[in-house]
Design a protein around this ligand. Structure first.
Ligand SMILES: *Cc1c(COP(=O)(O)O)cnc(C)c1O
Length: 227
């Protein structure tokens, strides 16, 4: 399959899943996860109609931004955040999905250039308590959210999760539903207007859409296996 065919197939699946679950297909953004992929593959994906790209590694992302600066790409940072990287993240991205600490939130807000709109952020939640993955415990999300709300150059948009891999679609759905329920609880209890659930990857995005995902992060199904 060509890039255009792969992208169209994913878009068709997004459309079908949305309709099946009484959702508007327009409420779901397809984010191409381009870590370890070439500039030329990214250009092909852009030409196939993808305008949002997610990167995990800052230096790699900065190189790509320079080479692809002629394209109106929306850049999302989805990788682990290190203390010494917050300034460059603040200066170069539109979104951060992987926020796990107030310290990082504060640094990003401080370093966000005045001329740019506030950074869109999601709190990464680790529901499965996997030590290998970052993310805050579900019980700690409300207090972190409250702190983030005080920062002038950040807009808290919602939650991001990477659940542990499950094979069965129903199990995947139940797993994603935890994030949807937590988002609803935050909105109800604190009168927030969080509108974003960043969840679903190549192997589980239909179930994520069923559970209310608004940004699906797809790598392999767009670009093929990473090197
Ligand atoms: C790599 C990665 C993805 C994409 O995973 P695929 O299985 O290749 O679609 C999505 N989200 C995050 C945070 C990633 O690191």
């Amino acid at each position: 399959m060509s890039m255009a065919e792969r992208v169209n197939k994913i878009k068709q699946t997004i459309f079908n899943e949305a309709i099946k679950h009484q959702r508007s297909p327009n409420s779901i953004t397809l984010l191409a996860v381009s870590k370890q992929q070439s500039d030329s593959a990214m250009i092909e994906a852009f030409q196939a109609g993808i305008h949002h790209f997610g990167e995990n590694y800052l230096q790699e992302a900065l190189c790509k931004m320079e080479k692809l600066h002629h394209l109106p790409i929306h850049w999302h940072y989805i990788g682990a955040i290190q203390n010494n990287k917050t300034k460059l993240i603040a200066e170069h991205f539109e979104w951060v999905h992987s926020l796990c600490s107030f310290k990082h939130a504060e640094s990003i807000s401080k370093a966000r250039p005045e001329a740019l709109t506030p950074m869109n952020v999601c709190i990464q939640v680790n529901f499965d308590q996997e030590a290998s993955k970052s993310g805050v415990n579900p019980e700690e999300v409300a207090s972190l959210a409250k702190q983030i709300m005080t920062l002038p150059k950040l807009v808290l948009r919602g939650l991001m999760i990477i659940p542990k891999p499950l094979l069965n679609t129903e199990d995947q759905y139940q797993s994603f539903l935890r994030a949807h329920e937590l988002l609803d609880t935050l909105n109800q209890n604190f009168n927030y207007h969080l509108d974003t659930l960043s969840m679903g990857m190549s192997n589980d995005y239909p179930a994520a859409i069923q559970a209310g995902s608004t940004i699906i992060r797809i790598g392999t199904a767009i670009f093929g296996e990473r090197k």
